[in-house]
Design a protein around this ligand. Structure first.
Ligand code: DMJ
Length: 642
């Protein structure tokens, strides 16, 4: 008996333990699933409740299908094809074969397809099927939203007469789909863990309240990312975002201290693009609502705005660290596109007047060596420290000079002149070539060059190239050369890091080229500037290397920045397995993924002669060349808004 009992006891014991383990396991998994599931259900319900409304009306109002830039293009082409088919039939009857007249021109060293019939003074036959902006307008149906410009007659030719052939630059579907999947991943996780908040912390799966917009529920990722969703055709996600804006977005009754610059480029810019795309009056109202909250910042003796404004009290001030109470060039100099466009769509000239005042101050002030220092005192109208940069604190001011001219349909000649003067001064005083042959833009501090380039300055590859492609003058070739050289250097800064992602700043010395040296320069926060230049250069040259470089970046982002719950920046790009920073920046959705998507799209998606990108990659229509401009019919007298 005894031996028998001792044999069965351990067996029973083992069976009992196994049973308990299985039981605990099942209960644990069910619990975890329930937590995740209830989380998802809760968030989906929240999103859904934000979205409940008369869907049918919305569909009619938004008219997503008809107004989507891609679909309008397809629609245009379809009608073009119809016409071509009709023509062909007629010609077949006459046994005549005609071809759409095309030729090519070398602009800034790149070969571009142009349409002869759109060249000034061309004597060649005009193809009856070639769409013009006015046919654009009449073929559009804008539903219940504000109508696009109804008749756009003989617009001044953008790009100095050069028009891209809409069919060139084919779509790379596989790579583009990958970018769409990245956008879905970023958006869905933001929706799951941070909906309505500003940004997502992917590792901690909670909102990022330390973002520049703080802990207020301003939905920065929604407003910034929405036009990217729209462009990518992610309609369901787009509608969720649009509904959130309608129901929740307001700056009334909150006392947030907002950056005038950041709020303008992300929120006003985002709303303006959505308005241009859809004609949905909601976006125009919101853009104006936000801009009005920024207006108190402009009440300074010079009209140069302060950096920060309180949305409730209207009290405005500058950053304590900025050179003796100065405002910052890249901030007050990056308002022009949005404010000018806002005036045109609202009929209220006040916004344009505010930025025109800034322009006049900058035009008239004496510039050391023709350069613009980063700091300007809004009370005295005098420069602060004489630090010059095409990176942090300077960058997008120069961008907006060229783009204000483009946005105006190349009529704002003052802006182009200021751009040319500034960029020539930068080329002479700040652009240098390393011993290894890399072109870079140094910072300049008083008379001393600091051979360092910010990642932020990598946008300037595209800026120089765009300057070259849009006007043939004595500097065209230099601009294009600088644009290509800088873009190549930024690519080098990426591929010299084991992660294949570029550092925040990189230096040039006897010992190193295009590498960060200081620990605080080695991070990568999902920035877009290098990809922005790949995109612009790709559109202007169709050199395959730019797409290849973009794809390298996609692979690197997937390898190092993707997490189970969104995308993070890296603390040190020179480590094989870098630590992640736990922030999914809103500009990752607004800019980084948009530029990568466009890089693998064909040229007809947001053609550069019809759209100009604000500094947060929100495309704005070009006046006279784009039926989506939606200019208000009447210009109101100056309002009493301050
Ligand atoms: C964006 O917010 C804008 O591109 C801005 O002009 C500069 N920095 C970030 C992205 O890096």
């Amino acid at each position: 008996m005894c031996p028998k009992t001792s044999k069965t006891t351990p067996l029973l014991l083992i069976a009992g333990i196994c049973f308990v383990i299985v039981l605990v396991g099942i209960t644990g998994i069910t619990l975890i699933n329930n937590i995740n599931l209830s989380n998802i259900i809760r968030l989906n319900e929240k999103v859904a409740s934000d979205s409940v409304s008369n869907n049918e009306n919305q569909i009619k109002e938004l008219n997503y299908v008809n107004n989507h830039p891609r679909n309008v293009y397809l629609k245009l082409n379809a009608s073009k094809e119809d016409e071509e088919e009709k023509m062909q039939k007629e010609q077949e009857q006459e046994h005549v074969q005609l071809e759409l007249p095309k030729t090519s021109a070398v602009i800034g060293g790149s070969k571009l397809q142009i349409r002869d019939n759109q060249l000034k003074g061309s004597s060649e036959a005009v193809s009856p099927s070639t769409p013009t902006p006015s046919t654009f307008a009449t073929q559009l149906s804008s539903g219940d939203g504000d109508a696009p410009t109804s008749s756009v007659t003989s617009p001044p030719l953008p790009f100095g007469g050069v028009k891209y052939n809409g069919s060139s630059g084919l779509i790379d579907y596989e790579k583009r789909n990958q970018v769409v999947k990245m956008m879905e991943h970023a958006w869905h996780n933001y929706k799951l863990y941070a909906w309505g908040k500003n940004e997502l912390r992917p590792l901690s799966q909670r909102p990022h309240s330390g973002s520049i917009f703080g802990s207020y529920d301003l939905g920065a990722t929604i407003v910034d990312g929405l036009d990217t969703l729209y462009i990518m055709g992610l309609e369901k996600e787009y509608r969720e975002g649009r509904d959130w804006i309608e129901r929740k977005f307001s700056l009334d009754n909150i006392s947030a201290e907002l950056s005038v610059f950041e709020t303008n480029i992300r929120f006003v810019g985002g709303m303006l693009t959505l308005y241009a795309f859809t004609g949905d009056p909601l976006y125009k109202e919101k853009a104006q609502h936000i801009a009005d909250k920024l207006l108190p910042a402009f009440q300074t003796p010079t009209g140069i705005p302060y950096a920060l404004v309180n949305t409730k009290s209207g009290v405005a001030k500058n950053y304590g660290w900025a050179s003796g109470g100065s405002s910052i060039l890249s901030e007050f100099g990056t308002l022009h596109l949005e404010f000018a466009y806002l005036s045109d769509i609202t009929g209220n000239p006040l916004y344009r007047e505010r930025v025109q005042t800034i322009r006049q101050v900058l035009k008239e002030i004496e510039k050391p060596k023709g350069l613009y220092p980063n700091f300007l005192n809004p009370k005295t109208g005098k420069w602060g420290q004489l630090h010059m940069s095409l990176g942090a604190l300077g960058d997008s001011y120069y961008e907006y000079l060229l783009k204000a001219w483009l946005q105006s349909g190349q009529t704002d000649e003052e802006a182009r002149e200021m751009y040319d003067e500034a960029m020539l001064a930068i080329m002479d005083n700040m652009v240098r070539t390393s011993p290894g042959g890399l072109t870079y833009v140094s910072d300049l501090k008083f008379d001393r060059l600091e051979h360092k380039m910010d990642h932020l300055a990598c946008f300037s590859g595209g800026l120089f190239a765009l300057g070259a492609a849009t006007r043939q003058n004595d500097y065209t070739d230099r601009y294009m050369e600088a644009g290509k050289g800088i873009t190549n250097t930024c690519h080098e800064s990426y591929i010299r890091a084991p992660t294949q992602l570029g550092p925040e700043a990189f230096r040039f010395s006897e010992a190193v080229e295009a590498r960060a040296l200081r620990s605080q320069e080695k991070y990568y926060i999902l920035r877009p500037e290098t990809f922005e230049s790949y995109f612009v250069l790709w559109r202007l040259t169709h050199d395959q290397k730019y797409r290849d470089w973009g794809w390298e970046a996609v692979l690197a982002l997937e390898k190092h920045c993707r997490t189970a719950h969104g995308y993070c920046g890296l603390r040190n790009v020179y480590q094989q397995e870098p630590q992640k920073d736990d922030v999914q920046q809103s500009f990752f959705l607004a800019e980084t993924l948009k530029y990568l998507y466009l890089l693998f799209s064909d040229d007809s998606v947001l053609p550069l002669d019809e759209w100009v990108f604000n500094t947060e990659a929100h495309p704005l229509p070009i006046k006279g060349a784009n039926a989506y401009y939606r200019q208000a019919p009447v210009t109101l007298p100056v309002s009493n808004a301050s």
